[in-house]
Design a protein around this ligand. Structure first.
Ligand code: GLY
Length: 379
């Protein structure tokens, strides 16, 4: 357990961990080989391995399983995680629809597997994915291209989380190219995605020949100039991860700035994150996934700041996690999905208004395990 926790927090975490273990084990049994995303009527009835094998969230279930395997040593978790990883091979073979989220897809599956078991095949998968990500780097504008089709100039804040794969590749091969690309992208994000007030744009559209900014649309947030909360969370954790791998102070300072912005905003709403911090009062949308990711990001920031600075990040992280659990968690083992009230995008229509989303569950579990000292650093 983290040493700043009180006895009552430790008891609460132990209780949540037991519920998590029971529920994930039940989901594991029900899912068999399917790759989950969002439950429909309480069940992960869709298989994203079939629906879209290149979908960016397809690694998170594997990541959750590896975290639980690491924490419990239960073979069921490992077997299911290995199966997800094998299924993802098809998207590497097809190649076409992959984009910058190869980090999310293979850090949580192959790289996690390799880190925990030393599986050589997993190492190779991780290296393939790292080379794909490095191959998306635009040397003219110093950024990693996010999406495909006609979006050659698009970089997005989310990609800060994918940089882990490049740091890993350099750490494994002693070849500095991968980490150099990650740093250059992070530096462009400092300049073009992070705003002076500590909030972030979701998207920066750059001229792919020159790197000049041509547009800053609102992306998955409310609109231009708004502050999509999951994007802010990606920035807190993403810049902190770049600091963890490079020890470049500017990345930690950036993570702290966005963290302060995030904490100030959630404090206005009982530590529950709205989907966008700069949106009209009505309709009121939350995004629990932003909160869960930010909790992990704050704990990462806390790990790197001097002793007297730690309480701000640690106590805010704990308050947010408790608020998420008390308000949004569903521990009914007959239903799939744990952390409810996630929001894919502010303007999302249809049946995905406020739902459990697999990455929300991943970050929630990572946060719980991290506070208990049972996690492993997947990033
Ligand atoms: N664009 C990835 C996300 O929804 O956060």
């Amino acid at each position: 357990m983290k040493d700043f926790l009180q006895e009552k927090d430790e008891e609460w975490l132990q209780e949540i961990f037991e519920k998590l273990d029971r529920k994930v084990m039940r989901e594991c049994g029900r899912l068999e080989d399917r790759i989950p995303y969002i439950p429909v009527n309480g069940r992960y009835s869709e298989d994203w391995g079939e629906k879209d094998i290149a979908w960016w969230t397809n690694g998170f279930w594997g990541g959750l399983l590896w975290q639980m395997y690491h924490a419990t040593n239960r073979p069921e978790y490992r077997r299911s995680a290995e199966r997800v990883e094998e299924r993802l091979d098809r998207s590497l073979e097809e190649y076409e629809n992959l984009y910058h989220d190869v980090g999310f897809m293979w850090m949580h599956t192959a790289v996690a597997d390799y880190s925990l078991t030393g599986n050589r095949k997993s190492y190779v998968r991780g290296q393939h994915a790292a080379n794909l990500l490095a191959g998306r780097f635009n040397v003219l504008g110093n950024y990693i291209r996010a999406w495909n089709d006609d979006k050659a100039g698009w970089m997005i804040v989310d990609c800060l989380m994918n940089l882990s794969l490049l740091y890993w590749a350099t750490e494994q091969t002693d070849d500095p190219r991968f980490a150099a690309i990650a740093r250059r992208h992070a530096d462009t994000a400092l300049e073009k995605v992070l705003r002076p007030d500590g909030s972030c744009n979701h998207i920066a559209i750059l001229n792919p020949e020159t790197g000049e900014v041509e547009g800053l649309p609102g992306g998955q947030g409310y609109g231009e100039g708004s502050a999509w909360s999951r994007g802010q969370a990606w920035a807190v954790y993403g810049f902190a991860i770049s600091y963890a791998h490079t020890k470049e102070q500017r990345y930690l300072d950036a993570a702290k700035r966005v963290a302060h912005y995030f904490i100030a905003n959630v404090a206005m709403h009982d530590y529950l994150p709205l989907s966008d911090f700069r949106a009209p009062k009505e309709p009121l949308y939350y995004d629990s996934t932003a909160g869960a990711c930010a909790v992990c990001g704050l704990l990462e920031v806390a790990a790197h700041v001097p002793e007297l600075e730690k309480p701000l990040y640690e106590q805010s992280a704990l308050r947010m996690l408790r608020a998420l659990e008390e308000n949004f968690c569903n521990w009914n083992e007959e239903e799939d999905g744990i952390l409810g009230m996630g929001k894919v995008a502010y303007h999302e229509e249809g049946d995905r208004q406020q739902v459990p989303i697999i990455y929300g569950d991943y970050f929630f579990a990572e946060a719980v395990l991290r506070l208990m000292g049972k996690d492993f650093f997947i990033w």
